[in-house]
Design a protein around this ligand. Structure first.
Ligand code: FAQ
Length: 327
């Protein structure tokens, strides 16, 4: 065992170098950190931020696709989409639970989302304009999510890593349902091909932005990689995603909207055009097309659900009181 550090009268902690070194040693030895283990405050805060934002993304991410459940073109498509959107809700719940193990409440996290303090993925601030968008979201957005989340299954924090295993299995089904929709449309009528190409043109660049800013502009990457929260940098994962997706687009006969996309034999990957980082930061800062609508919808759901939370708490109190009386 090692000393945690010094705790001041006001509850503040001063972490000793011995404590930080011993913690890093555990990380380097690939030990999992569990909720009751001593951990540096920075490690805890980074996880609360990332897991909280990840949870919000899953829940806000239900909105663009939920928009198409009533308009899915067949019963089969509707059943699959309904199941997918429900899965995303489940992912949000595992993630909120994982964050709660770090001493933050679901209420606090929701308040931070609604006040704009906590972020959620930029991708969910774009509108879903046609049925083809649902296919493209499954193919690209879930595809990018898997690329980013498979390494998180090896995250040093146990509860997050374990939640990610199930999430990734489900995301893999989501990606396939999207790819199947896209394949069907790409082999369909002229109008269907145009619709799916238009959706691809709109979602390609925002999907690349999901991986976050360039490594040079990524505030948290270096420390997060040292703590083995992140295993790969933003740019490395973006490159892997591009390399995996280009052959899929070629197979589908669709064109990725980047004239600078070119195989580079020397690096063994594709070169690509510049990402519009101004657009990325505009969306992240709350000024994308759908930001206000998304937060409004979350606020309404939170307010409308107040009576359910109150009833659940009252029920739990009643059961606890009955149990106590019986003992
Ligand atoms: N959008 O220093 P970094 C899904 C922020 S789930 C908005 O590089 P980090 C499933 C970042 O928070 C999609 N903000 O940050 C689904 C930070 O701001 P802060 C979500 C972004 O954390 C599919 C600042 O920029 N996935 O899609 C974005 O080291 C279909 C500096 O950035 C996850 O959350 C962005 N794209 O790396 C659901 C995965 N990128 O906090 C429904 C877990 C960066 O200082 C339908 N998260 N920012 O104010 C991660 O892997 C990481 O947090 C990154 C960012 C890679 C997203």
């Amino acid at each position: 065992m090692y000393s945690q550090g010094l705790i001041g009268a006001d509850g503040s902690t001063e972490e000793t170098q011995d404590f930080l070194d011993a913690f890093q040693k555990r990380i380097d030895a690939e030990e999992k950190i569990e909720p009751n283990d001593a951990m540096p405050e920075g490690y805890r805060k980074t996880l609360v931020r990332q897991i909280g934002q990840h949870a919000h993304s899953e829940i806000v991410g239900m909105l663009p696709e939920g928009n198409w459940i009533t308009r899915a073109p067949s019963l089969r498509r509707k059943a699959a989409l309904l199941a997918k959107v429900q899965d995303e809700g489940g992912h949000g719940l595992y993630l909120y639970s994982a964050a709660e193990t770090l001493g933050v409440s679901r209420e606090q996290m929701t308040e931070e989302l609604l006040s704009g303090k906590a972020k959620y993925s930029s991708i969910f601030n774009y509108p879903t304009l046609s049925w083809a968008d649902i296919g493209i979201i499954g193919w690209l957005v879930d595809g990018a999510a898997i690329m980013n989340q498979i390494p998180l299954c090896r995250c040093s924090y146990g509860p997050y890593a374990r939640a990610m295993i199930r999430v990734c299995k489900e995301e893999s089904f989501h990606q396939r349902q999207g790819y199947e929709i896209v394949m069907y449309l790409a082999r369909g009528t002229e109008a269907q091909r145009e619709m799916v190409q238009d959706a691809l043109n709109r979602w390609w660049w925002p999907s690349l932005m999901m991986f976050g800013p360039h490594d040079a502009d990524s505030a948290h990457s270096e420390q997060s990689m040292e703590w083995k929260i992140k295993r790969f940098s933003n740019d490395a994962l973006r490159q892997k995603f591009i390399d995996a997706t280009v052959p899929q687009a070629e197979f589908l006969g669709l064109t990725l909207p980047d004239p600078d996309l070119k195989w580079n034999a020397e690096k063994g990957g594709y070169d690509h055009g510049d990402i519009d980082w101004e657009e990325f930061w505009r969306v992240v800062k709350g000024n994308g097309v759908m930001n206000r609508d998304r937060i409004k919808a979350r606020k309404k759901a939170w307010d409308d659900g107040a009576w359910v939370r109150e009833a659940a708490l009252a029920h739990a109190d009643k059961r606890a009181a009955r149990k106590q009386a019986a003992e």
